[in-house]
Design a protein. Sequence first.
Length: 346
Amino acid sequence: MHRFNIDLQDVNDFIPKLAAQFKIGYRCKLSEYTLFIPNSLGKGKITAINFYNGLGLYTFQCTFKEEVEMELRNVVINPVRLVHCLNGKVINSHTGLGEEIEIGNHEHYFIAPKSGESHVMTFPANTEVELCYIEIDRIKFKKSLPFKLSEVEPLFYTLFGDVNALQGKYHSGKFSLKVSDIIREVFNCEETGFPRINFLRAKSLEILSYMLSRYRKEKDGDVYQNLSRRDYKAVDRVSEHINQNLKNLETNPQLARMAGMNLNKLQRAFQTIYGQTLNEFIRDGRLSRALSLLSEGEKTISEIVEEIGLNSRSYFSKIFKNKYGVLPREIQKHESSMFLQEGETI
C-alpha cells in the first residue's frame, strides 16, 4: 500500500504537493492543473481547477497497481467536499468518523471535516476509478453570493455557513445518474484554452446544483424509494445504450425488455431519475447530437437527420427550433460563414 499525506494551505496546493510525493512534474495551463500517474504506481490522470467563486473541480481517471491512500488535511481553508464516483469504487474515512464509507458507481459522499480533521480517500488496487469532486471554499463562496447566506434554507446554511468548521458534516447517498451524465461531459470535453476553462466553470456550478438538490431530497426522505438498485442500473444501461445508438435505436417496448421491466415502469423510472419521459430523453439526446454535428459543419442536414435516427427533415427542423429557437439551416449557414472567414488570407 502507498500512503500520501497532503497538507493543503491553498486551494491550488493539491496537484503540486501530490506530484512532489509522486516524484514527478505536473502541467498547469490557465489555472487547470494536470498530473499523469507515473508508471511505477499505475496509469491515468488527475486534474484540478479552482475558480474565483470558491468552487474547485477535481477529476480522477486512474488505476493504481497497489492500494493508494490520499490523506487530505486542510491547514487554513475549511472546505466542503462533494465526492461523486462515476465508475469503480473509493473508500472515504476521516478522523471524526469511526467507520469507512465506500462509494461505487453513481454514488456520492459529502464531507465537511471539522477543523483539524483530515479526509482520507482509498483507491483499491487494480481498480479503474472515475471520480469527481467539487470542493467549496466556504469563505470565498459566501462572498460570491449576491445575497446573504442566512437567507437560504437552514439545511444549506449549516453546510456552508460554518466557515470555521466548528462542526463536521458527513452524508452519503446513491444513484445520482444526472450528476454522472454531467461528469461524463467533463471527461469527454475536447475544448481547449479559454473556452475549456469556461466550460469547466459552468459544469462545476451545474454539478453543484444537482448535488445540492439531491442532498435536499435525501435529507427530506424523498429519494425514489420505489426504485431498487437493479432499477437504477437498468436505467443507466438503457440511457447509455440510447446515447450510443441513436441512428438505429430500438422501439420503446424493446428498450423496456432490455431493461428487464415493463414499459410503464421504465417510463416512470426515467421520469423519476431524469425528470423526463423516455421519449423526451431520446428526443433531447438526438437534438444534442444534431447540434454538435451542425457545429462541426461537416454533414448536410439530411445526413444529420439520418445520423440521429429520424426520417423527416421537416419534423427535425420543427423540434430543433422548439428547443433552441433557431432552425438547423441557420446554424449550418453561420458555421459555413465562419469557416469561409477563417480561410481567408490577409
